[in-house]
Design a protein. Sequence first.
Length: 167
Amino acid sequence: MDITLVQGDITEQQVDAVVNAANSSLMGGGGVDGAIHRRGGPRILEECRALRASRYGRGLQTGQAVATTAGLLPARWVIHTVGPVHSESEDRSGLLASCYRESLRVAELLGAATVAFPAISTGIYRWPLDDAARIAVQAVREADTSVAEVRFVLFDAGAYAAFERQL
Ligand code: AR6
């Protein structure tokens, strides 16, 4: 598997699947989640609503992943995953690693060859960038997957540098 880094906007990526840093409600939010729903249009939220009405009545648990259409985005699918809120008192790094692992498992089931990830939990959920980058790179490297390319899409230079240090 190739691991690549790009500084940019995840909604513009020409990949099979983009991963959304969602929350358990699957009903949208700020950050990456807001950008994906804005650019992808209402079909994504429609499918999220359908998921909540069926298999995910209580929402999507932290560390899990589920796919919908990508609507108007260049990608074919959005894989929604819920990162943990960073905590000083509790080690939640296993849940953050699980987001990457589970998203790749869903991508493989879809037949996606290229997958773009944001730096999950490093925005509104306040995970320190260097630590988040370490967990992300390690989880992806250790994943047993048929996905051919994992692209980390970092919004700013600081996030890009943090991931670059880990590679
Ligand atoms: N493309 C790539 N990266 C982005 C983009 C973008 N368009 N926009 C922001 N980032 P966040 P979280 C970066 O807050 O911390 C939402 O409300 C951002 O700079 O999107 O997992 C959800 O609904 C940061 O480095 O996700 C949840 O409630 C990274 O993406 C909550 O936020 C992740 O920031 C999830 O918080």
